[in-house]
Design a protein around this ligand. Structure first.
Ligand code: A3P
Ligand code: MG
Ligand code: MG
Length: 392
């Protein structure tokens, strides 16, 4: 049985499993990470149509003291979660490649949304939530997308009331903190009856401003795309004024503090991966009243948590992340090289992460791939237009 057959038949040989880093004994290797540099931006319109403009760019404004994050909650209808496809990111990459003002793009090792990379990098400290990815390897580039099973999708769309209101508080914070106009041009908003001061309208989660950056982990070049909440002062065309907005429960004791420190790991990588230098946290009461607003410098977070109860080490994450990516890449190469006459680049691989255990890779059979394609015009999970572009 060849490795490829073994992987396909599900009798997974040991080399399809990468075990979790031993956190009791971490000796991370230092893996360099290149400062992200922005390639292109795009916006989603209120109809959630992608356009290559900065129409959805927002500017940071200070929220009013005691902002009420429950304002508008009764009116809010949550848009159901959908499976996030990689298409919009590929459109952006294709646009960069075909821009006559640039000299194309170098060979790229990995393409993914920022959320996927954040999940990969923070896995060493994840004790609760597993995840699954769909992976393809085409012309030496790994494409990663999250795989949400039907169960997981249902779960996400059936939030408890508490989760629902928490989620709303996050969006409401964005309403208070962002403006369509630069701060020096923001008019004082006339207090309207029933509208709290500083409220800038109900948040439309369809509207998003996204940045696509290139960076490098170890020797692996990556292109990553993700939403940017707002910019401070002005937009420079690079990532240096980007701001990430977050809400969190006010800290009232040591347990809250440790929980917050643990949460900072996700805030850190989410921002770090796109080169976002600042994170503004609105601390709130359980009922959603903002008590304090604090700005953190992304690069200082690792030092802030060092030695604390909820401490984490970004070097552990980068070391693991690099091992993970090279492991998946090498495994696919080995599993397909034995049948080198055939082109395996349309194959889809499933990577499953189980907290406390590690990751396992398997080849998806035809039914699995059919599920992933879901009746759309795709090769594997890549849209056919993109496939034709890179294979044609
Ligand atoms: P908070 O981050 O303040 O909780 P982001 O912070 O990534 O810009 O996302 C904005 C808001 O979307 C979040 O605000 C939260 O309300 C909601 N959100 C994002 N990811 C979520 C998730 N996995 N589950 C529930 N809500 C989420
Ligand atoms: Mg956001
Ligand atoms: Mg945010």
């Amino acid at each position: 049985e060849t490795a490829a057959q073994a992987v396909k038949s599900g009798t997974t040989p040991p080399n399809t499993f990468l075990s979790y880093p031993d956190l009791a004994n971490p000796k991370p290797q230092s893996v360099p990470f290149q400062q992200p540099s922005q390639l292109i931006t795009f916006s989603y319109t209120p109809e959630h149509v992608q356009e290559f403009t900065d129409s959805a760019l927002r500017y940071y404004v200070d929220p009013p003291p005691g902002a009420n994050l429950s304002h508008g909650y009764e009116r809010w209808t949550r848009k159901p979660d959908e499976r996030g496809r990689i298409d919009a990111l590929l459109k952006a990459i294709s646009r960069v490649k075909h821009d006559p003002k640039r000299g194309g793009l170098p060979e790229i090792g990995v393409v993914s949304w920022r959320g996927v990379m954040t999940k990969i990098l923070t896995a060493p400290y994840e004790t609760r939530d597993g995840w699954e990815l769909n992976v393809m390897s085409v012309n030496g580039t790994l494409y990663l997308e999250e795989h949400l099973s039907d169960d997981r999708l249902n779960e996400k769309n059936n939030m408890t009331d508490r989760q629902r209101s928490q989620t709303y508080h996050g969006y409401a914070f964005e309403s208070y903190c962002t403006s369509e106009m630069p701060p020096d041009k923001v008019p004082m908003n006339d207090p309207l009856p029933g509208v709290p001061p500083g409220w800038r309208g109900d948040v439309d989660t369809n509207v998003q401003w996204c940045s696509v950056v290139r960076t490098k982990i170890g020797d692996m070049r990556m292109i990553i795309g993700g939403e940017v909440d707002c910019v401070r002062g002005k937009y420079t065309g690079q990532t240096d004024t980007f701001v990430e907005l977050k809400t969190s429960l006010s800290i009232r004791g040591q347990r809250d503090e440790a929980n917050f420190e643990r949460k900072l790991l996700k805030f850190y990588f989410q921002s770090f991966l796109l080169g976002v230098p600042e994170i503004v946290v609105g601390f709130r009461t359980p009922a959603g009243v903002v008590t304090t607003v604090q700005s953190f410098k992304t690069i200082q977070l690792p030092r802030l948590v060092r030695g604390k109860a909820g401490a984490w080490d970004p070097l552990v994450c980068l070391d693991w992340g690099y091992k993970f990516l090279t492991f998946v890449k090498d495994l696919i190469r080995q599993a397909t090289s034995e049948k080198s006459k055939e082109d395996h680049s349309a194959s889809v691989w499933r990577v499953k992460f189980v907290p406390g255990s590690g990751v396992r890779v398997e080849a998806l059979g035809p039914e699995g791939v059919r599920d992933v394609v879901n009746g759309e015009d795709r090769v594997g999970f890549l849209p056919r237009w993109y496939w034709d572009e890179i294979k044609g």
